[in-house]
Design a protein around this ligand. Sequence first.
Ligand SMILES: [Zn+2]
Ligand SMILES: [Zn+2]
Length: 352
Amino acid sequence: MIDLHTHTVFSDGVLIPAELARRAQVAGLTAMAMTDHGDHSNLDFIIPRLVTVAKELNAVMPFTVIPGIELTHVPPPIIADAAAKARDLGAQIVVVHGETIVEPVCPGTNQAAIKACVDVLAHPGQITEAEAALAADKGVLLEITGRKGHSLTNGHVARMAKKAGARLVVNSDSHAPGDLMSPEWAEKVVLGAGLTSEDFQAMQKEAQAFLPNQGLAKNASLRMLVVDDDAMSRMVLCRSLGAYGECLTAANGREAIDAFRRALAENRPFDMITLDVMMPDVDGRSALTQIRFLEEDRDIEPEKRTKIIMTTTLSERKDIEGAFRDQCDAYVTKPVRVDELLERVRQFGLID
Ligand SMILES: [Zn+2]
Ligand SMILES: [Zn+2]
């Protein structure tokens, strides 16, 4: 059983992450996302701490902690920005506190969260069929919750999701030890929402996608860097690639070169980089040239160099094909289609 929505002392939960993880393990869970309540004031407080503790615990426990955030009562116009910032800080999952009927959540929150392509829309209350259809389209998971109050609309959420073809997950929204759900209890909650045991299995499968290295990476330590000045693009790409390994981000060419240099110094080079062309400061072309220069400088053999996929607009493409054919390994046209990108990664032999 994997729970994608829980709280620690970093917001209003009562347990520190280590105790929450241990208690969850004893309750029969195999993994959990820790998703404390966040807004623009505390993303940089919560997320790096959860990232750190997840790394330490995951190394020694037969249990996986997924560091995340629950954007809570963030006004709809700035939800996308907060989500992008959370990803940049290392959140492996972004949950949004949806329009539960038991709190005065701002109307428009459900829709803004779905449009921002967050991972999970928690307790979305009286979500409309149109919103559920949009969630299906954007791949945003809708939540069936074990939390008192929020769970009053589980039946409605389940019905809308089924009607629109949206995918579902079941979470506890734990704040205290007594809130943790055993797998048996979670299944009861799902059945209570009018769904089936098959639905419960499918929901658990959805949750598995958030475990690190779930994309059957040939190389379990696959490292990727997404370079784009647009926060939303970074978020969308990292979200898809993150399933296959570690995905870092950079907002311009300078940051990309720095990250590349650091990775070389740590002897953990990137397996792949997606590189936007038009960026302020140092653009994608200069970054590409510099990265290849750094590789040459270190006598890295051509077949061992980092795979670089340029993300280009149609109009830039001709230009790049001429001058940069030899330096990069592939191009994809923006807006990037995830299946097209993954196909390229597959061609490189980095994933199955
Ligand atoms: Zn709370
Ligand atoms: Zn919550």
